[in-house]
Write a protein of this length. Structure first.
Length: 220
């Protein structure tokens, strides 16, 4: 269920390409003490592209448009490396505050923590509102852009979900060949042509498209 821009603005800033199998062998990891159990069909693995980095992979097929996983978490006003932007000034932290690690005292991480960037992503990130017990809860839904085979690395294009990515300016190591933009940016760092490409592929978040439309309207 969509939430109007007015409702979003009224929320407090701080409250509690076609898919291909991974070519490199992957080592599936168990979820650790700091991690909530992962969703069905999703596993944690060593990244085949970046040494020392972990990533999410599928362990079963997903059809195009199917929800791979969804999550919510505490809403924060300023984005972090791991948060997901829901709307201007509203970000969701992918942690589970109801599950506290007894050793670290920190909330457990959820699957969104390991969704890495790619300029040719296997998933799209959607911002939605669901109603639970009379309340409206913002969630992040991750859906398959194409049919996904078991062993496919799950990734999303940060530029299609973040106004200004926290890691803007870093070299992109997604390994997507000619599709790679070489530098990680948020939406504001894209050219009009690049934005059009993300919109045509269904990757751009609605709030980002609306922001640009409002800017154009103000310029006349």
């Amino acid at each position: 269920m969509a939430m109007s821009r007015t409702e979003l603005a009224a929320m407090p800033s701080t409250i509690h390409t076609k898919s291909k199998p991974m070519l490199a062998p992957i080592e599936i990891l168990g979820f650790g003490k700091e991690t909530s159990p992962l969703p069905p069909g999703v596993a944690l693995a060593h990244s085949p592209k970046i040494d020392g980095q972990q990533t999410l992979v599928t362990t079963k097929p997903f059809r195009k448009g199917e929800t791979v996983f969804a999550f919510t978490g505490p809403i924060i006003g300023k984005g972090t490396i791991y948060s997901f932007q829901f709307a201007p000034g509203i970000h969701i932290d992918p942690i589970n505050p109801d599950r506290i690690n007894q050793e670290t005292g920190e909330p457990e991480r959820t699957a969104g923590h390991w969704l890495n960037h790619s300029c040719a992503p296997s998933t799209r990130v959607e911002q939605e509102i669901i109603e639970i017990n009379g309340g409206r809860i913002p969630i992040i839904k991750v859906t398959a852009l194409e049919d996904l085979n078991p062993g496919t690395e799950l990734s999303a294009d940060y530029a299609g979900m973040e106004e200004d990515a926290v890691i803007t300016g870093l070299e992109c190591l997604c390994g997507s060949g000619a599709a790679c933009r070489k530098i990680i940016t948020g939406w504001t760092g894209l050219s009009d042509e690049q934005k059009g490409g993300l919109i045509s592929r269904g990757i751009a978040a609605e709030y980002l498209i609306e922001m640009d439309e409002e800017k154009r309207a103000k310029r006349g």
